[in-house]
Design a protein around this ligand. Structure first.
Ligand SMILES: Nc1nc2c(ncn2[C@@H]2O[C@H](COP(=O)(O)OP(=O)(O)O)[C@@H](O)[C@H]2O)c(=O)[nH]1
Ligand SMILES: [Mg+2]
Length: 370
């Protein structure tokens, strides 16, 4: 049943697809670019990712930078939701139907739309209780309800209480694993941490090369194996180096795989086992990378992966390439796994830790007021 969106034969590792482009290309040179240009060139990292938090001033500059980044990344979704700001007078059934349709269009997903519209704290209940004499209260109402729902299950990236932290990164091919690893390594390094990369995607030389290029750009060491080497052995070597040279973090890249590829899922389990045995308490996060532009399919991928291996957090990429940013809400709610990082572009700085308040504000800010 997953074949139509996975689209590859079982047990055949998927090929890397660095040329893959998204709708984002159409955005080049537009408002997004202008907004990015206006942002501080080197915003400090999200405090949670730095070993010792940056000073307060840097932190507030960072928040501003991250805020405009997220706002730019969610531009398409926000544009799709702008009808929510147009209601005037008293709310009625027709307006509620329109709200419902817009939430669906933004990929909030059936369960979440039901909760927002018909849940005990939803719009219809509030309307019946007389809370909507003024329909222009809708965006504010949705903002606070969404914040509450998202905060139920949100979380920062975990770190080892003492000693090195290991992050394992997995997912379907082309979702943005390698790029996200580079972005994360960049954030951690900028926060003052010593980072090591492990090129666990040994299936294709090009995949190792891609991570090597990032490692050179970032000036972060990398452990690679021979072509077709057992990825678990590469990870083992990386963990050896981690312990010998006292790194703070190792981030493990893996080959793209489908949950139906049983031998590749076994391989992933083996990698986890090697990590678990070699570093007590590790991996501190097993992160599944999902491509937001695939909408509800991303959710299906996650459900399928979750059946196979333990996933502790989601990296949701390419939010900039979709008008369906509501998928973040769906994923957070349905999976019982928090979205921890969101990717909003191809550049190194285009990722941030997921914070419900910022996300909801960026999603539902009235364009005229921004
Ligand atoms: N627009 C956009 N593109 C992204 C993002 N993250 C990754 N990509 C692009 O997605 C493509 C596949 O990324 P890659 O990291 O090679 O995926 P992998 O196969 O999962 O390792 C590349 O062209 C990346 O530049 C993102 O947040 N936004
Ligand atoms: Mg890759």
């Amino acid at each position: 049943m997953f074949k139509k969106w996975f689209g590859k034969k079982a047990d055949e590792p998927q090929e890397a697809n660095p040329e893959k482009t998204t709708e984002k290309d159409a955005d080049k040179g537009t408002a997004k670019a202008a907004e990015k240009a206006a942002a501080p060139p080197a915003a400090a990292p999200a405090p949670s990712l730095a070993p010792a938090g940056p000073p307060a001033a840097a932190r507030s500059a960072s928040r501003r930078g991250a805020w405009s980044l997220l706002k730019a990344g969610l531009a398409k979704t926000r544009a799709g939701l702008k009808g929510l700001f147009s209601f005037r007078g008293k709310l009625d059934e027709a307006a509620i139907s329109q709200i419902e349709a817009q939430l669906y269009a933004a990929d909030f997903g059936p369960e979440m739309v039901r909760e927002l519209i018909d849940g005990p704290k939803g719009i219809r209940a509030a309307w019946k209780a007389g809370a909507f004499e003024e329909a222009d209260l809708v965006p504010g109402f949705l903002r606070s309800l969404l914040r509450e729902i998202l905060t139920r299950r949100s979380g920062e990236l975990k770190r080892a209480a003492a000693g090195p932290t290991v992050y394992l990164v997995a997912g379907v091919n082309g979702t943005g694993k390698t790029t996200s690893i580079a972005k994360l390594a960049f954030l951690l390094k900028r926060g003052g941490s010593k980072v090591l990369l492990a090129a666990g995607d040994t299936f294709r030389a090009a995949a190792v090369e891609q991570l090597r290029v990032w490692s050179q750009r970032l000036e972060i060491p990398i452990v690679t194996g021979k072509p077709q080497a057992d990825p678990a052995s590469v990870v083992y070597q990386a963990l050896d180096q981690l312990q010998r040279e006292s790194f703070d973090y190792v981030i493990v890249d893996t080959a793209g795989r489908l949950h139906t590829q049983k031998n590749l899922m076994r391989e992933l389990k083996k990698i986890r086992e090697v990590i678990r045995r070699k570093v007590p308490g590790a991996p501190h996060e097993s992160l599944l990378v999902l491509d937001a532009t695939t909408g509800q399919n991303a959710l299906n991928q996650a459900l399928a992966f979750k059946e196979e291996i333990e996933i502790t957090g989601i990296i949701l990429t390419k939010l900039d390439g979709t008008a369906k940013g509501g998928i973040v809400v769906t994923i957070n709610n349905r999976l019982e796994i928090p979205v921890k990082l969101v990717g909003v572009g191809e550049g190194l700085e285009d990722m941030e830790s997921f914070q419900p308040e910022n996300f909801v504000d960026a999603l539902l800010e009235e364009e005229a007021a921004s």
